[in-house]
Design a protein around this ligand. Structure first.
Ligand code: ZN
Ligand code: ZN
Length: 412
């Protein structure tokens, strides 16, 4: 690849300066798999360049995590160590920014007992409640970005030799995050964010009561939106005014559904890699917000783990609009990774809702958010529903019907 060094440095700089907008004197939590440690080092360099107080590394190896799920003593999946709660909470509580980089084999946990995954998630519920809230409510800035690793690249480009698959995945990622090696990615991102902002403002001005989704897969779903809902896109902002971009790439405009206001049937348009396993060919039947029936052609036991991990995992927390004709989707690549696939297609998430999706939400307690109709769960799982023939009709509080999506793309 031409200019690879320059592109890597530009990517690291973009994540620090636009992704987190890291401030002088701010601490950075930097999480990365060991396979991506060289890139993590570039991120640390970029962070110290803008005056970072301290980069706190959190390196791990997914192969070791897999071994733990396969071979550790059974009782450890019901425990959550106190030191880990401190590690996940204390830096964030003190205002640290958090950057998570890396890539994973989409089937790294295949063969693992789904019951162990469920119990481990449940054991983390209380200990991580505070740290989850700090991130979900954007109290602290956070950013997630992807890097190729061989097992992932080979899954995305089957039949390619490893080196070629890695180069192709790098090319796709650089294109998705608008990096060409010319040093102008920061400017390109500013333009991109302005375009998304304008569309977000149009949606907010319409104040829809509900959205009705239909397509030829069989989706026929009505999603009510809570009173005072806000669409979000691109940037988020902390209560202290630090503007950041939580996902890179990002192409979505999203809000929260009314927890009890989703009804109908929805079919997944792409397979989903969740908890290190692939779930494919699935659909949900939804009544008064709750998934009352589900079926998957592949990985149904992992879908069960996903929607049953807690009481509210079977309710929805996010409605996101992404045109079928957009940068990532036009690559025609199935990434088996939510960060990319969710930015290529309209999607929904079951589980937790983002407090920024309701007026004043960042200052509300969990009880207040729920009283406003937002769901709360330890789960937040995005799955893709957008197709080339997706239609979405919005209905206003006055009963006016307005096409939002026609043939998979924005009609507004
Ligand atoms: Zn989303
Ligand atoms: Zn999401």
């Amino acid at each position: 690849m031409e200019n690879k060094e320059a592109k890597l440095k530009e990517y690291a700089r973009l994540l620090i300066e636009v992704g987190l907008n890291l401030q002088k004197g701010q601490t950075l939590m930097l999480s990365s798999p060991v396979e991506c440690a060289d890139f993590a080092l570039l991120c640390a360099d970029a962070a110290y360049d803008v005056g970072c107080r301290e980069v706190v590394p959190d390196l791990f190896d997914m192969r070791l995590i897999r071994e733990k799920y396969l071979r550790a003593a059974d009782e450890i999946f019901d425990e959550f160590p106190e030191w880990k709660r401190h590690f996940e909470t204390d830096y964030a509580e003190a205002g640290a920014a958090s950057l998570s980089v890396g890539g994973y084999d989409p089937e790294i946990l295949s063969g693992v007992d789904p019951d162990r995954l469920t119990r481990a998630d449940r054991a983390s519920e209380k200990p991580l409640e505070r740290s989850r809230h700090l991130y979900m409510a954007n109290i602290v800035p956070w950013c997630i970005a992807s890097l190729p690793v061989p097992a992932w690249a080979k899954k995305v480009f089957p039949g390619c030799p490893e080196e070629e698959a890695m180069e192709k995945l790098w090319d796709a990622i650089f294109a998705a995050v608008r990096i060409t090696g010319d040093g102008k990615a920061v400017e390109r991102w500013k333009e991109h964010l302005a375009v998304m902002e304008a569309r977000k403002n149009r949606l907010n001005a319409l104040r829809f009561k509900s959205l009705h989704y239909t397509n030829s897969l069989g989706t026929d779903l009505t999603v009510e939106l809570p009173e005072g809902h806000l669409w979000a896109a691109g940037t988020s902002v902390t209560p202290k005014g630090q503007v950041f971009v939580a996902n890179m790439p990002t192409e979505e405009i999203f809000t929260a559904p009314l927890k009890t206001g989703v009804n109908g049937v929805v079919y997944a348009a792409l397979p989903l890699s969740d908890s290190g396993n692939i779930i494919d060919g699935f659909h949900f039947v939804v009544k008064d917000g709750r998934i009352v029936e589900y079926h998957a052609e592949k990985g149904e036991e992992f879908l069960r783990h996903a929607v049953e991990v807690d009481e509210n995992a079977s309710y929805f927390g996010e409605v996101a609009l992404v045109p079928y004709d957009s940068v990532i989707s036009n690559m025609g690549i199935l990434f088996y990774g939510s960060l990319f696939d969710e930015n290529a297609r309209c999607h929904l998430a079951f589980g937790d809702a983002y407090p920024e999706c309701i007026e004043g939400g960042q200052d509300m307690s969990q009880e207040e958010l729920q009283a406003h109709g937002l769901n709360h769960s330890i789960q937040h799982c995005d799955f893709m529903i957008g197709t080339a023939d997706l239609s979405i009709i919005g209905t206003t509080h006055e009963g006016e019907e307005i096409p939002v999506f026609v043939n998979g793309n924005f009609a507004l």
